[in-house]
Design a protein around this ligand. Sequence first.
Ligand SMILES: [Zn+2]
Length: 340
Amino acid sequence: MSILIKNQIDRRQQSRQAGGSILMLIAAACITTGVSAQQSPPGLIDFSPKHDVMIRNDDGTLQPMDKPYYRSKLIAPGTWQIESDGDYSYLLEGDNEALAIDTGYGAGNIRAYLQTLTKKPLRFVANTHYHFDHTANNAYFDAAYMSAGTAEKVTIPYPSFRGINFPRDYPKVIIGDGYKFQLGNREIEAFIVGNHTVGGTVYLDRRERILFSGDEIMEPNEPVNISVEQFAMNMRKLEAHRKEFDRLAGGPGLLEAADIEKYLAAAEKVLSGKQGELIAPRLPRAVNESPNTDATGPIIYQRRLVRPPDRPADMGTPNPNLRTMSYEDRHITYHVNNIH
Ligand SMILES: [Zn+2]
């Protein structure tokens, strides 16, 4: 694990004293050890303004949005999948310390919860991308590691969180492609492959043979937001490491590693000149679930799913320039004017 070096901390503190501006730190290429960054994490982020909003659990029960909900599942030795609200987060434990991947947007101190799962010190989070359902609770950590593209938009809350005050000036460490976290007998390498978002980052854990893929891989349909050519390059970059992982662990849950080859094959069909099918846009599940059926009752959101106020305004809008290309049971959706 990289540790912030002393003079960076001093500079940050000076910067804060000077005007409270956020100072992005560039992670040192070499791992520096022996100095810890002792920040004071904030107290609870106060969700009480949303007490009257209800979250529906998978078993149908409801609970107020400001009540913490954390569940974990061991998915590999020293590796937990965390369910709260927003997308899944993960906890990785090495011999020396632990690392969180993403923080969801559920109420409560996720760092304190994760620390109940591991005896190793947990100080840092690594973000896969800037979406708020992965980053809302970053401020509980000593620092959040992320790509430059992620850092640009990481602290923007979703509309359904209006009224809650999220700290925005927590320490951020900018990492580049190939950055490695050293957790002690467990190395985690970052690959920047932004398609879902600019700066989207995945993390390869060779010890447990898992690629933590954030939202960069979706099943069974992958929306291509960049050119098909760029997307194929990203998939080739990950495919070059396919012998080093067997599973994907992402925002939607555990996914098949073979998705990488299938999406690459679909992209290569497009690049070879084949044209995909015109498709009716698919709506994600949440769009079809009204937040509540009784106009006088409380707002109800389904746990983990995208909330209707937070979805992009153009989601589901027919677009004659979108096509779908399939390979086996996987599909990419791309824009006909954004192939090369
Ligand atoms: Zn996302």
